[in-house]
Design a binder for this molecule. Structure first.
Ligand code: FAD
Length: 412
């Protein structure tokens, strides 16, 4: 079917990039993009970083809706899906292809106190103006966002306490063994970190802890994770599975409907899993695949996911995907300022075969993920090795003096 009308639900990075990719691929039909927020598409990563410290005030993405021929409808929310038509709180938009890019929204805690979140520009603007020297800030959640906010708030002179239910920061993403090495970073920056400490509720003036405990705070930010913004698709026929279930081509269960970015859970052949990746890099690149497939192409999306964070003055970068079953080895001393954690899997395809091509199981160990702290070269080279799926020599990989790229091919 000839596609003449594309509608995009969600005016974030993934939505905007989809419009850009369509145009750069020569699409001349109409593109309508609806966004629930009043702001034109903007970048979120700086909100916890330079925006929060006050070094940056505008994170609007460089794009000209007019030059893109984009019918951008801000302050308009998608509410449902009909037969080739998107329903919104302002009306409806008929489409030949629909791209859902509605992102994710923060999970809250029970209680009657005011809990702030950090997802939108408005959230960040309000929080920033509430953070003054001496403000007692309670952050629930020692994940990436909690750590970044603590970094910025400490720089603003706040008294910051981060409360984390797990035994280590970022344990959900990295595991306790690696996350534990980040715990001392908090104290170095004058931030209190309470580990293994669940929070019962947010109450006026503080956090209620189990057993009658109490943490007084002037401002409270809940940063315990996000959920995909897909409630509006309930009953639409689009299959939901921790987000919108899409195939390798980012197609949903409804013909002509695609999903991309934080809301999309795609099938990764590389990792033999359905992944929903809440990373900027995914929202940046996956739209290339969506746009190509809308225009009749046959592209698959199977990236080595990449993420970065700035934690307490350190650049932290992660590439790949690992599970608790993968073997962890270190490059460098994790007590120092620069080190890399590598995860190896021995369950990949046999020697010489590409990843995920079903060529059989071999014993050679392969790099499946790495976390580089202050070692960007390790990250770049490691990401390439993961993509190539070559066996690595674990002994050489454990030597930080040997370039990651020079560890390929050996060992096995
Ligand atoms: P979003 O950016 O969430 O955009 C979705 C848009 O859709 C939103 O504007 C939303 O309002 C709108 N919307 C929702 N529902 C509807 C509806 N029903 N109708 C219409 N519009 C709707 N990633 C990194 O890799 N590194 C980082 O350092 C990093 N830092 C981050 C810091 C913060 C504070 C946050 C919040 C995120 C950070 N991320 C980071 C994650 C990264 O920003 C996201 O992965 C990326 O924004 C996802 O883009 P998206 O377009 O899929 O979703």
């Amino acid at each position: 079917m000839r596609v003449e009308r594309v509608v995009i639900a969600g005016a974030g990075l993934a939505g905007l990039r989809t419009a850009e990719e369509l145009r750069s691929s020569g699409f001349q039909g109409s593109i309508t993009m609806v966004g629930a927020e009043l702001h034109p598409p903007y970048d979120r990563p700086p909100l916890t970083k330079k925006f929060m410290t006050g070094e940056l005030d505008d994170t609007t993405l460089a794009a000209d809706p007019e030059a893109l021929g984009l019918d951008l409808r801000l302050g308009e929310a998608a509410t449902g899906l009909g037969e080739a038509v998107l329903h919104t709180d302002r009306g409806e938009h008929a489409f030949d292809a629909l791209v859902v890019a509605t992102g994710a929204s923060p999970v809250g805690l029970p209680g009657n106190g005011r809990q702030r979140f950090l997802r939108t520009l408005d959230d960040a603007r309000e929080l920033r103006s509430a953070l003054r020297p001496g403000t007692r800030l309670g952050v629930v959640g020692g994940g990436w966002i909690g750590g970044e906010l603590a970094t910025a708030a400490a720089r603003r002179g706040c008294q910051v306490t981060v409360v984390e239910a797990a035994p280590a920061p970022v344990a959900g993403a990295l595991g306790v063994q690696v996350g534990a090495w980040m715990a001392p970073w908090y104290a170095e920056s004058g931030v209190d970190l309470l580990l293994g400490q669940p929070v019962e509720s947010v109450e006026p003036g503080g956090l209620a802890l189990p057993g009658g405990g109490w943490l007084a705070a002037d401002q409270i930010v809940t940063a315990i994770g996000v959920r995909p913004q897909v409630g509006w698709l309930a009953g639409s026929g689009v299959t939901l599975a921790d987000g919108i279930a899409v195939d390798e081509r980012l197609r949903t269960s409804v013909p002509g409907v695609f999903a991309v970015g934080d809301c999309a859970a795609f099938i990764s052949r590389r990792y033999h899993a359905r992944l929903r990746v809440e990373h900027w890099d995914c929202a940046l690149h996956a739209p290339e695949v969506v746009a190509a497939n809308i225009l009749g192409g046959d592209k698959t999306y199977d990236p080595v996911p990449y993420f970065w964070s700035e934690q307490f003055g350190r650049m932290v970068q992660y590439a790949g995907h690992h599970t608790g079953a993968d073997r962890l080895i270190w490059r460098g001393d994790p007590a120092g300022r620069e080190w890399t954690a590598c995860w190896l899997s021995g369950t990949g395809p046999g020697d010489g075969a590409g990843p995920g091509d079903g060529a059989g199981t071999g014993d050679a160990e392969r790099l499946v993920a790495l976390l580089a702290v202050g070692r960007p070269r390790d990250l770049v080279q490691g990401r390439r090795l993961i993509a190539a799926g070559l066996p690595v020599d674990p002994a050489r990989l454990a030597d930080p003096a040997i370039a990651v790229r020079d560890t390929a091919g050996g060992g096995g």
